[in-house]
Design a protein around this ligand. Structure first.
Ligand SMILES: [Zn+2]
Length: 230
């Protein structure tokens, strides 16, 4: 091949290569993952209220807002809250909001309650692989079955990241991922993880949860988990 033609081909090849790389880079920069953070309870539904009169609904909202702030710096994430103030919102309304938003993942925040004062630590819930969807649409198609497995696998993957990152805040108190009939996740074919952040019935743990410092630390650990997930 003559030198001139060869050089011309090289220039064309390099140009195409550069276009591909810049296109991929641009794609990585512009693809936004929508994340829904759901501060449980709110308004008339206070959730657990301890002797200090501070309600679960206020703790979940404070942590959710701190988490949104932590993730605001990530250009590839679009974080929305189911509620951003002290309003009453039913589980059905939250589910409707999630259905409309179609996020890549949902994190529902609660604070736990135990029978005694000694229960402590965090735990997580998800529908599990064994719980059948009550959707009237029969999941007979192979494609649906694969999708279902994928989002549940993703939920488990997210729970492992949360477990790892919250372990430092609740030393040796990770109570793991449990299967349950989670009402907010019903009929939603996407990763929905419920996190119970400590026990409001444990005076020591409640005192920590009320402090702005701990709330920020929890938000940081959850933010780290979400960043790693994507
Ligand atoms: Zn709750």
């Amino acid at each position: 091949m003559i030198v001139g033609k060869c050089r011309k081909y090289t220039v064309v090849f390099l140009s195409v290569l550069m276009m591909c790389f810049s296109g991929a880079w641009l794609h990585a920069q512009t693809v936004k993952h929508v994340v829904v953070i759901d501060p449980a309870h709110g308004g008339e539904d206070t959730g657990v209220v301890g002797v200090d009169k501070i309600a679960e609904k206020d703790l979940t909202l404070a942590i959710a807002q701190a988490l949104k702030k932590e993730l605001a710096q990530k250009p590839n994430l679009d974080v929305v809250l189911t509620r951003d103030s002290d309003i009453t919102m039913t589980v059905a309304e939250r589910r409707k909001f999630i259905q409309k938003t179609q996020p890549a993942l949902v994190l529902t925040l609660h604070v736990n309650a135990g029978f005694g004062k000694t229960s402590s630590g965090f735990e997580m819930y998800y529908p599990g692989f064994g719980v059948k969807s009550e959707s009237p649409k029969k999941k007979t198609k192979k494609r649906d079955a694969i999708d279902e497995k994928n989002y549940l696998n993703d939920t488990v993957r997210l729970s492992r990241l949360v477990q790892k990152n919250l372990d430092g805040l609740f030393p040796r108190k990770g109570r793991g991922l449990r299967e349950a009939d989670v009402p907010i996740a019903k009929d939603l074919a996407l990763p929905v993880l419920t996190v119970e952040l400590g026990f409001a019935t444990n005076p020591g743990e409640k005192k920590k949860l009320v402090s702005g410092k701990t709330q920020k630390e929890i938000a940081g650990a959850l933010a780290k988990s979400i960043k790693s997930f994507f």
